[in-house]
Design a protein around this ligand. Structure first.
Ligand SMILES: [Zn+2]
Length: 136
């Protein structure tokens, strides 16, 4: 656990998401009206504006849509981590989310790489959904 890193801040829309992360689950929202699965958590479906939504547990599998390597942190709390990888992950369920690629081989990240979900300990039970490369 790295105590210098910021902790998740939940609101009414994201509280179940962060509670799920505390339980090693990546929860995403699915619309009961149109079937669209979306990320980030929000009160209404971004496709049809229905508020009839459910939480589903994502498989944790995804692929790299795009990424960047941070070599100079804009926030001093991340300075000790450079270089690190910020990635846009296309989840198997469809939504795209932003995260970090963790692990010793993170800097080898390429577009199209397979990723798998991991959780980063942020202290006091808080966990952040992150990803690692799947070696093939
Ligand atoms: Zn919808």
């Amino acid at each position: 656990m790295d105590s210098t890193l910021p902790k998740p801040i939940s609101n009414a829309d994201s509280q179940p998401y962060w509670q799920g992360a505390r339980e090693n689950k990546l929860l995403i929202r699915k619309c009961n009206a149109c079937g669209q699965v979306h990320f980030m958590p929000r009160h209404v479906c971004p496709t049809c504006w229905s508020d009839d939504l459910q939480w589903i547990e994502a498989s944790g599998k995804g692929t790299v849509h795009s990424y960047t390597i941070i070599r100079r942190a804009s926030d001093p709390r991340f300075a000790h981590l450079v270089p690190y990888v910020v990635v846009l992950v296309d989840l198997q369920e469809g939504p795209r989310m932003m995260a970090n690629v963790l692990g010793e081989n993170a800097l080898k990240t390429k577009i199209g790489d397979a990723l798998t979900l991991v959780f980063e300990d942020r202290g006091d039970g808080d966990q952040l959904p992150q990803f690692q490369r799947v070696e093939v």
